[in-house]
Design a protein around this ligand. Structure first.
Ligand code: PLP
Length: 391
């Protein structure tokens, strides 16, 4: 097999060794964390340790972490009309989302379709704060869900500013920080998040574990998504995935400790990557390049390129990249993120996402650039031969 370079860290990150070790240790624990005997208490201890570790990654309290089976599930739990606070028991009447949210938020969670409204973003994919202020005025008890960083472009949203608007309107703020955590510093309180979603596998933990964090103890779901044995303080029933949770905790510790070094490493490599992409094909468009982005993400395109063709060409060269377009039932759909940013279909159709991580090397970037030389020159040759195609 040819040597491979993995550039799809936003889809999932490889397991960190610390997470693998913690999960393996927890897998060997025989007890159920709800049992009172020593075996049960050992499993409980592993979970509670991880709870504190995950909370520390975003400056939250251990008691405010609810473990779930994924980031998707945490989003579903959060997007509920039945959120109660100490002073407000009436249901949330409307849910507002940015137009670039992940599909697990875009579906509107447990709100009726008519109660969900999208708020526009600008050409860089950042939420239009004036539009948000207008929108939340229409509701008495709004819930707003805004991602901290976009999974396709890496663009960082003005979450703290949005939260101030939401709170002034008597609303609650949910922040999907799945892509941001471990890549940029995240502080729940500074962002003004009432709820925050995290996912283990994006920070080097195991797949199939997530968490919903709340800002205060009085925030409560009158309708937990999964009811049963009362685990996770009644917010998420089901025997806990002890190994997954322990791995999540260890990944959070490593991600937190190494954040500054890893971010600097990724940023330097990405600068080299983007300069190279443009040097090879000067018409290359890098989406969101003029605003704050995650240090590891580049979404780029050339007019007339087809993402699925480019993706296969990169794969054959030993490079795992991703298309900016979601593929469902065999049909490549244009990305809703680029559509919301007003990107022309001729550009959006070619969008390729390259996402880096802590093991990415300079040699990986050079291999990608060598492949880009071939992909982009093949495109310019074919558009010269058949000029109508690139239009
Ligand atoms: N939110 C964002 C922004 C994501 O990128 C993802 C995964 O791609 C999710 C939520 C869902 O997380 P999970 O894969 O744990 O269900």
């Amino acid at each position: 097999m040819t040597e491979r370079s993995y550039f799809d860290w936003n889809a999932t990150a490889p397991l960190r060794p610390q997470a693998a070790a913690a999960s393996a240790e927890a897998l060997a624990l025989p007890g159920n964390a709800s049992s009172v005997h020593a075996e049960g208490r050992a499993a409980r201890q592993a979970i509670e340790r991880a709870r504190a570790e995950v909370a520390a990654l975003v400056g939250a309290k251990a008691n405010d972490v609810i473990f779930t089976a994924s980031g998707t599930e945490a989003n579903m739990l959060a997007l509920s009309p039945a959120i109660e606070t100490a002073t407000e028991k009436r249901p949330r009447d409307r849910l507002f989302l940015s137009a670039v949210e992940h599909s697990s938020v875009r579906t509107g969670g447990r709100f009726a379709r008519e109660a969900v409204e999208e708020v526009r973003v600008d050409a860089d994919g950042r939420l239009d704060l004036a539009a948000l202020a207008d929108a939340v005025r229409k509701a008495s008890r709004p819930l707003v869900s805004l991602m901290l960083a976009n999974n396709e472009t890496g663009v960082v949203q003005p979450v703290a500013e949005a939260a101030a608007i939401v709170h002034a309107a008597g609303g609650l703020m949910h922040v999907d920080a799945v892509q941001a955590a471990g890549r940029i510093p995240v502080d729940m309180a500074a962002l003004g998040a009432d709820f925050m979603t995290l996912s283990a596998h994006k920070i080097g933990g195991p797949k199939g574990v997530g968490a919903l964090l709340r800002a205060r103890e009085d925030l409560h779901f009158a309708d937990p998504l999964i009811r049963g044995g009362g685990q996770e303080r009644g917010m998420r029933a089901g025997t806990e995935n002890v190994a997954g949770i322990a791995g999540f905790g260890a990944a959070a510790v490593a991600a937190h400790r190494q954040l500054a070094d890893e971010a600097a490493h990724m940023l330097a490599l990405r600068a080299e990557l983007e300069a190279g992409l443009r040097a090879i094909a000067p018409e290359t468009v890098i989406f969101g390049a003029s605003v704050e982005r995650l240090p590891n993400t580049t979404l780029f395109s050339l007019a007339g390129m087809k993402a699925e063709t480019a993706l296969i060409a990169f794969d054959l060269e030993g490079l795992a990249v991703s298309s900016g377009a979601a593929c469902s039932s065999g049909k490549v759909q244009p990305s809703h993120v680029l559509a919301a940013m007003g990107v022309r279909p001729v550009l959006a159709r070619g969008a390729i996402r390259v996402s880096l991580g802590w093991t990415t090397t300079k040699a990986d970037v050079e291999r990608l650039l060598a492949a880009w030389r071939k992909v982009s020159s093949a495109l310019s040759k074919s558009s010269k031969e058949r000029p109508g195609l690139a239009a």
